[in-house]
Design a binder for this molecule. Structure first.
Ligand code: ADP
Ligand code: ZN
Length: 531
C-alpha cells in the first residue's frame, strides 16, 4: 500500500470531507494537524495569516464530529455570503444575527434543534442573551469556533466587548472543543488571547506570517494622490485594489480624483448608508478592476483572491493593522503590491490623536509604542519583510522583494545635521506663547528671512542659516527619522517639536545618528511569486 492509499483510507474522515465536500485534494500547511486536534476533542489556538486557510480548520471538524459547529464571528455582514457558499457545497449552514427578522431566527433555531444543521454562525452579542445560551444547551454542539479571536484584545484595533464573555463557553460546555483563530499574531496579542479565552491548555498552531508574493514598498509622501495615480497607471492598470485613508472625507476625495482620471473607484466608510456600503462591497467582489478607497472599516473577512494592490495614503496606527490590511492583497499567491506613502504630517497627526485619545496614561503609552514600531518599519534600512516578521516574533532572511532589498538605501552619518536641528529646537524651547513646528525650524536652518522669522527675530539666532548643506525636503526627512528614532517628539495641536531624554546624548556628542538616504527613485522590478 502506498502513502497515497493510506491517506485515502475510509476511516480518514477529515480527508474524505475535504475532498468530497470542499473539493480540495489535500490539506495545506498545518490544517491537517489542527483539524485532527479538534476532531479529537482538544482545544486549539490558530495564528495564521489572512488567506492561509483558517475556515477549513473549523468547517471540516464541524462536519466530522457529531452535532453542530458553532462559529462566533463579528463579521455579521458576511454571514449570509458564508452560509450561501457552504450551502452551495451541500453543507447545512445557518446563522443568527441582528439583521434577521424573528421568523428567520425561529427557522434557524428550529433547524438547529432538529439536528438539521452542520454549522451555525453566531454574532457574539447573541451569546449575551439567555435565550441563545438555552438554545445551545438544548441542541448538540460539536465545537465552538471563535473567529477573529484578536477581537478579545482590549488594546487591539478591533476590540469587541462581547468577546470577553466567550471565556464562559468553556465553563458552560467543558467537554466541547474550542478553536480560536486569528490573523493577528504579535506575541502580545497571542498572550492576551490565550489569557482571556482561557486557552493555556490548548495546542497553539503558529503558521509563518510571510506572504512572499506581496512586495512591500514605503515611500516618502509628496503629493499622495498623484503618487498613487502614477503607481496605478504604471503598474496596476485595470487591477482591483484597496486604498486606505484615515478619514472618511479623504476616501471620498480620493475616489473622486481617481474617477476623474479614468480609474473606476468607489468610497467605503462607516458614514455611508448601509445599502451603499453593501453595494460597493458587492461590486468589489464581483467586478474586475474596481478600486475601493476605504477607511479601515473595509476588508475584514473579505475573501477576494485577486486584490492586486493595497495602498495606504496615511500611516497606519500599528504594524498589526498594516499587516492585516496589506494581507488582503494577493490571496491567490500571485505578485501583488503593498504600497504606503507616509510623511511628517502623519506623525504629527497621529501623536495629536494619541494625546487626545480617551483612556489612561498606560493606554496612551501603548498607542505611542505602536506608532513607534510603525515608524521604525518605515525608516528601516533593512529588508521590510525581515522587520515585519520580526515584529511577529518570526525570523526571515532578506527577501529580494521589497523596496529596500530591490533598491538598498544608503545610510549616512547624520550626526552633525541632527545636532544642528536639535539645538535649533532647544533654542526655541522657551519662547512664550509661541509654538513652532517643523516649517519654522527648517526655515531657520536654511537661513530664510520669512515674515515669521523676522517677526520673531529668529534671524539673530546663532543657528540661523547653519543648515544650507541640505535641501528643505532633506531636512524634513531628518526630522521624520529623528522622530522615528525617538530623538525628537511632537506635541500639541500645532505639531511643536520638542526634545526627548535621548536628544541630550546627541547634543552632548555621546551618540551618533545614522540616517536613511532616500533612494532617488524607487523602481519596481516585477516580483516572482514563490508559492
Ligand atoms: P483565511 O480565513 O485564513 O483568510 P480562507 O479560509 O478564506 O483563509 O482560505 C483562503 C483561500 O484558500 C480560500 O479561497 C480557500 O478556499 C483556499 N484554501 C484553503 N485551504 C485550502 C486547501 N487545503 N486546498 C486548496 N485551497 C484551500
Ligand atoms: Zn526585503
Amino acid at each position: 500500500m502506498t502513502a497515497t492509499d493510506l491517506a485515502a483510507e475510509p476511516d480518514d474522515r477529515a480527508l474524505d470531507v475535504l475532498r468530497r465536500v470542499f473539493g480540495y485534494e489535500s490539506f495545506r500547511g498545518e490544517q491537517r494537524a489542527i483539524v485532527e486536534q479538534v476532531i479529537d476533542g482538544g482545544d486549539a489556538l490558530v495564528l495564521m495569516p489572512t488567506g492561509g486557510g483558517k475556515s477549513l480548520c473549523y468547517q471540516v471538524p464541524s462536519l466530522v464530529r457529531g452535532g453542530v459547529g458553532v462559529v462566533i464571528s463579528p463579521l455579521i455582514a458576511l454571514m449570509q455570503d458564508q452560509v450561501n457558499a457552504l450551502r452551495a457545497s451541500g453543507v447545512r449552514a445557518g446563522f443568527l444575527n441582528s439583521t434577521q427578522d424573528a421568523e428567520q431566527r425561529r427557522e434557524t433555531e428550529a433547524a438547529f434543534l432538529a439536528g438539521e444543521l452542520d454549522i451555525l454562525y453566531l454574532a457574539p452579542e447573541r451569546l449575551r442573551l439567555d435565550s441563545t445560551v438555552n438554545l445551545l444547551g438544548r441542541g448538540e454542539v460539536a465545537l465552538f469556533a471563535i473567529d477573529e479571536a484578536h477581537c478579545v484584545s482590549q488594546w487591539g484595533h478591533d476590540f469587541r466587548p462581547d468577546y470577553l464573555t466567550l471565556s464562559e463557553l468553556h465553563e458552560r460546555w467543558p467537554s466541547v472543543p474550542r478553536i480560536a483563530l486569528t490573523a493577528t499574531a504579535t506575541e502580545a496579542t497571542h498572550a492576551e488571547i490565550t489569557e482571556r479565552l482561557n486557552l493555556r491548555e490548548a495546542r497553539h498552531f503558529v503558521a509563518s506570517f510571510d506572504r512572499p508574493n506581496i512586495q512591500y514598498r514605503i515611500v516618502a509622501k509628496k503629493d499622495p494622490k498623484k503618487q498613487l495615480l502614477e503607481l496605478l497607471r504604471t503598474e496596476h492598470v485595470g487591477d482591483a485594489g484597496i486604498v486606505y485613508c484615515l478619514s472618511r472625507s479623504s476616501t471620498e476625495k480620493v475616489a473622486q480624483f481617481l474617477r476623474d482620471n479614468g480609474i473606476e473607484a468607489v468610497p467605503y466608510h462607516a458614514g455611508l448608508d448601509a445599502d451603499v456600503r453593501a453595494r460597493h462591497q458587492a461590486r468589489f467582489l464581483r467586478e474586475d478592476g474596481l478600486v475601493v478607497v476605504a477607511t479601515i472599516a473595509f476588508g475584514m473577512g473579505i475573501d477576494k483572491p485577486d486584490v492586486r494592490f493595497v495602498a495606504h495614503l496615511d500611516l497606519p496606527k500599528s504594524v498589526e493593522g498594516y499587516y492585516q490590511e496589506t494581507g488582503r492583497a494577493g490571496r491567490d499567491g500571485l505578485p501583488s503590491t503593498a504600497w504606503l506613502a507616509y510623511g511628517l504630517q502623519d506623525v504629527v497627526q497621529q501623536r495629536k490623536m494619541i494625546d487626545n485619545s480617551e483612556g489612561d496614561a498606560a493606554h496612551r503609552r501603548k498607542l505611542g509604542a505602536q506608532l513607534d514600531a510603525m515608524l521604525a518599519l518605515c525608516e528601516t534600512v533593512e529588508c521590510r519583510r525581515v522587520q515585519l516578521l520580526a515584529h511577529f516574533g518570526q525570523q526571515g532572511a532578506p527577501c529580494g522583494n521589497c523596496d529596500t532589498c530591490l533598491n538598498p538605501p544608503q545610510s549616512w552619518d547624520g550626526t552633525v545635521p541632527a545636532q544642528k536641528l536639535l539645538s535649533t529646537v532647544y533654542r526655541l524651547r522657551n519662547e512664550r506663547n509661541q509654538k513652532f513646528g517643523t516649517g519654522q525650524i527648517v526655515d531657520i536652518l536654511l537661513g530664510k528671512t520669512t515674515p515669521k522669522v523676522e517677526q520673531n527675530r529668529h534671524d539673530t539666532l546663532t543657528v540661523f542659516g547653519v543648515g544650507t548643506e541640505l535641501r528643505e525636503i532633506e531636512w524634513r526627512g531628518v526630522v521624520r527619522q529623528l522622530l522615528a528614532q525617538g530623538l525628537l517628539t511632537v506635541e500639541g495641536d500645532h505639531g511643536t517639536l520638542t526634545l526627548t531624554e535621548s536628544s541630550g546624548e546627541v547634543l552632548g556628542q555621546r551618540r551618533t545618528v545614522s540616517l536613511r538616504q532616500e533612494p532617488a527613485r524607487v523602481t519596481n522590478k516585477p516580483a516572482k511569486a514563490k508559492r
